[in-house]
Design a protein around this ligand. Structure first.
Ligand code: ATP
Length: 613
């Protein structure tokens, strides 16, 4: 298993990465800043406690005044309770908006994933996307709820605290300030390293998620081929990589923590000795020293927590980068957007059917295509496809395995964009049609029939959300899906990953029903009979003939039985259509076609005898 397949974007400052969250924070800014103000007040109230102590030591304690001591004690208790109450209010202020913000970001990310082209999903491991939508968003919510607020609160508390310390005894205050410069330099040094390790760990979590997902989805293959061991080894290696990175993070954090707690403690010890000498000399009151040391101790947590807060901030910055890498991925423009008019190579306006002419069917003119991630130097997969499928006609597309048949069919609903040429549907350039309009016109049943964790009804109606119960029943009947009525809850039975498991043939028939339920103007079937037994194949064929009679269809065919569904056949070879004709004509005149239909190989010619002509 390779390490992360996604190149991390340029390393950039954590602040810049986190600032990108501002559009999400804007609507909740009042509550956020309110919670910061409440927390700063609570934290500064805690700094008043040492001042009360100073008053008690120099006043009621020195004067042996019990009433004053009780008053002081009551004040300290009151301040403590107020501080706790205010921190409770802070949590109440941000908990709900932050949960909503996380849900909103997750929703936006999901929407973006749905809008991104198939080519994007080809490049990205699903685990990478999954971990960004779960783990990274959770880290961001945690950061916004707690560390962000406390970075500000603790920063302000430290400033106010040092103000109090310097005002009480400036020379002791300066002793405590001595470690600040080395601390800042060393923190910056560790932070830059921690940021890299945090990013690497999050990418590795994505890779590990991909591996686990593939192992779960492919469990049958792993078991059937006895691949548990090699999968376990791949998993161990991947998780070992993650463990190494996490340990590196822990080491960096430990070093940072040691510095952040060690240096101030040394300074505090020096201030204690220096202050005690001053008290002994009578230059400082005992109450002032107690207040000074209490204030310094009250600042320990805000200072110590900085290391932890900075590390979480770096993790959140890495998460923000990872989430925005997906959010920033370009989504193909729609023709109704103004830029569409500047689309390169699309200078001609969209044309409808000419007056007086009937619909034109599907027309490929000089269509070229190469996959965006195809290795450099390899020729285009489609080098100039010219093909006309007349209205109402069914055309079978035949070609050697890997010749690009499936690829050509994906260009029709624009799952991939053709890199050259033009495809027209009833005279309209498909590149000018908005995708939702185009996909309502072109319906597809893929070779791999994917069902979702939903009822039979929902799976089929996905093909035409506005379809009626009658349409549903007709589509099920057409695709020979009578078996659904015998399922425990009929068409309301849950199927798919989390539901009842269906056989390959049953899944394929449901996918067919989904493709035909909306009575599409254009139908694309990618080897629709591949997983059916001979008996069912005959039934589906008969039903398909009815559907195909009323639509214009492109059917990828591997076998003579599928070809027999079509009016004409086109042969795809080396990126072009090299022959078009009826099955009989091509069998008679085209050696390559004869060879393909016979299944190829040495006995091909003998088998040709058996092909229905
Ligand atoms: N997403 C992709 N990215 C890069 N190359 C791809 C992608 N999908 C397919 N290919 C390559 O494009 C070529 C054509 O694939 P395609 O699936 O269109 O062939 P096909 O004619 O339908 O094959 P088959 O008859 O085996 O189904 C293959 O070499 C394949 O490796």
């Amino acid at each position: 298993m390779p390490e992360s397949t996604i190149e991390p974007s340029e390393p950039r400052s954590a602040v810049r990465s986190l600032l990108r969250l501002w559009p999400y924070l804007r609507p909740v800014r009042v509550r956020l800043f309110g919670s910061v103000a409440v927390a700063v007040t609570a934290s500064c109230l805690a700094l008043l406690i040492p001042l009360v102590l100073k008053w008690m030591v120099d006043g009621p304690v020195a004067d042996r005044d019990p009433a004053g001591v009780w008053l002081g004690g009551g004040l300290v208790l009151g301040l403590g309770l107020l501080e706790a109450g205010l921190f409770g209010v802070r949590r109440w202020l941000v908990a709900r908006p932050m949960a909503r913000l996380e849900a909103q970001m997750r929703g936006d990310l999901y929407r973006q994933l749905q809008r991104l082209p198939v080519a994007f999903h080809d490049r990205w491991g699903s685990g990478q996307l999954l971990s960004r939508g779960t783990n990274d968003l959770q880290i961001l919510r945690m950061f916004l709820t707690f560390p962000l607020v406390f970075l500000i609160v603790n920063g302000v508390t430290i400033l106010v605290g040092f103000g109090i310390l310097l005002s009480q005894q400036w020379s002791l205050g300066l002793v405590l300030l001595l470690p600040v410069v080395p601390l800042v330099v060393l923190c910056a040094y560790f932070e830059s390293r921690y940021a890299l390790a945090a990013r690497r760990a999050q990418d590795q979590i994505g890779d590990l998620t991909t591996l686990v997902e593939e192992s779960v989805l492919g469990i049958r293959i792993i078991k059937a081929f006895g691949r548990h061991r090699s999968q376990a080894v791949a998993f161990r290696e991947q998780s070992h990589r993650l463990r190494t990175t996490e340990l590196r993070k822990a080491r960096l954090l430990a070093d940072l923590w040691a510095l952040i707690t060690g240096l101030p403690d040394v300074a505090l010890g020096a201030a204690l000795v220096f202050g005690s000498v001053q008290v002994a000399d009578g230059a400082l009151s005992a109450g002032t020293l107690v207040a000074f040391l209490s204030t310094a101790l009250a600042l320990r947590w805000p200072v110590e927590s900085l290391g932890w807060l900075l590390s979480i901030s770096n993790e959140a910055a890495a998460s923000a980068d990872r989430v925005f890498e997906v959010m920033d991925a370009p989504v193909p423009e729609e023709p109704d957007e103004p830029e569409a008019e500047k689309r390169p190579g699309r200078d001609d306006p969209p044309a409808g059917p000419a007056d007086g002419e009937g619909p034109d069917g599907i027309r490929f003119s000089g269509v070229r295509f190469r996959y965006p991630d195809a290795p450099e130097g390899t020729p285009d997969l489609l080098t100039g496809v010219d093909l006309h499928i007349r209205t109402g006609e069914t055309l079978a597309l035949v070609g050697a395995t890997g010749s690009g048949k499936t690829t050509l069919t994906t260009l029709l609903p624009r799952l991939y964009e053709a890199t050259g040429g033009r495809i027209t549907l009833d005279g309209m350039d498909s590149a000018w049609l908005a995708r939702p309009v185009l996909r309502a016109m072109v319906s597809t049943a893929f070779e791999e029939p994917t069902l979702f964790s939903a009822s039979v009804r929902d799976n089929v109606l996905m093909g035409a959300p506005g379809a009626t119960e009658g349409d549903l029943m007709r589509a099920l009947e057409t695709a020979q899906c009578g078996f659904v009525h015998a399922l425990p809850r009929g068409v309301d039975t849950q199927v798919g990953e989390q539901g009842l498991s269906l056989s390959g043939g049953q899944r394929q028939r449901l996918a067919l029903a989904r493709a035909v339920v909306g009575r599409p103007r254009f139908l694309v079937l990618d080897d629709p009979l591949s997983a059916l037994d001979v008996h069912t194949e005959a039934l589906v064929e008969a039903a398909l003939r009815q559907v195909l009679a009323s639509t214009t269809a492109l059917v990828v065919a591997h076998r003579p039985s599928t070809v027999m569904l079509a009016d004409r056949v086109a042969l795809l070879d080396e990126g072009r259509i090299t022959a078009v004709g009826t099955h009989h004509e091509l069998l008679r005149d085209n050696t390559a076609y004869r060879w393909l239909m016979s299944g190829g190989g040495e006995q091909a010619d003998e088998r040709i005898e058996g092909i229905p002509a």
